[in-house]
Design a protein around this ligand. Structure first.
Ligand code: SF4
Length: 284
């Protein structure tokens, strides 16, 4: 059996920094809180919990004066103010690339109606929308452009600024952007491709690899947007795609010694899990 592991599989720079920093802090301090899961990976979250990093969904659950970690996806602008009021010791691990988007939309919100192309429920989009202000909208596909247009019509703006969730599918962002330009043809539309190049490169690699193999294994959390994108891309090119979280999820999958297997992984998947899966296949 031939097993090919994508070169870009695993932690992206933002996640790697956040996980290493959180582990380092948890070794030196006790009773640390993380606002939402640090990254979308069960194993990483469990490891941090073992080190006394407690995940909470609401900042008001955190006792005043505690240590709080803000995750790589970023948090709402309003959360910084509450953290200050509660005198929390903030460790802000928001990825630099996400922070750049926050700064951009904060600057643009004075003069533009902001459209964020992303998943409405994703923590990154939720945070970015908060920075973008009231007159902004998150849309996921072309069907929602009409909602954006209705909201734009009621706003004071005559200019549109479009950004993407960093883990959004590049091709889809380009298609949706074209449609936005078409629908808002009477005003200036600025398209700012804020998709992270780590994501972009991983998607390109997945596309290529999924065309070359018999089966492709995508490792990552079921709640990880960037992992789900890799599954979506793989499904277009390969007949057998397995979205797994650990090697245990492959127990019922049959492999043939003549198979050529590809392995890719989302940005929040630790290298140890990727290696485990690779070893499991090599030992078959
Ligand atoms: S995918 Fe890119 S933007 Fe998102 S955390 Fe990783 S490096 Fe940062």
């Amino acid at each position: 059996m031939e097993v090919i592991v994508g070169k870009l599989a695993g932690f992206c720079p933002g996640v790697s920094r956040a996980v290493n920093k959180a582990l380092e802090i948890s070794e030196n301090y006790k009773n640390i809180y993380c606002l939402g899961e640090l990254v979308h990976n069960k194993q990483v979250v469990e490891e941090l919990e073992k080190n006394n990093v407690k995940v909470v969904d609401d900042i008001y659950e955190i006792p005043d004066n505690s240590i709080v970690i803000f995750r790589a996806h970023g948090v709402k602008e309003s959360i910084y103010k509450i953290a200050e009021e509660k005198k929390l010791n903030t460790i802000d691990l928001t990825c630099g690339k996400v922070r750049i988007i926050h700064d951009k939309v904060k600057k643009e919100r004075e003069k533009s109606f902001i459209i964020i192309v992303g998943e409405k429920e994703h923590p990154e989009s939720i945070a970015t929308k908060d920075f973008a202000g009231e007159d902004s909208i998150v849309i996921f596909d072309e069907d929602e452009i009409i909602d954006a247009y209705k909201k734009f019509e009621k706003s004071k703006y005559n200019r549109v600024y479009v950004v993407a969730q960093t883990t959004f599918n590049l091709k889809r962002f380009q298609q949706i952007s074209e449609e936005i330009k078409y629908n808002f043809c009477e005003v200036e539309v600025i398209i700012d491709n804020t998709i992270c190049d780590a994501t972009e490169k991983r998607q390109i690699e997945t596309e290529k690899l999924s065309k070359e193999v018999d089966k492709i294994i995508v490792i990552g959390g079921k709640n990880s947007a960037n992992t789900r994108k890799l599954v979506e891309i793989s499904n277009k090119n390969c007949r057998e795609v397995y979205h797994i979280q650990t090697k245990e999820d492959l127990k019922n999958v049959e492999f043939d010694s003549t198979n050529k297997i590809g392995i890719v992984a989302g940005a929040s998947t630790p290298n140890s899990i990727i290696k485990d899966v690779e070893n499991y296949l090599m030992e078959m």
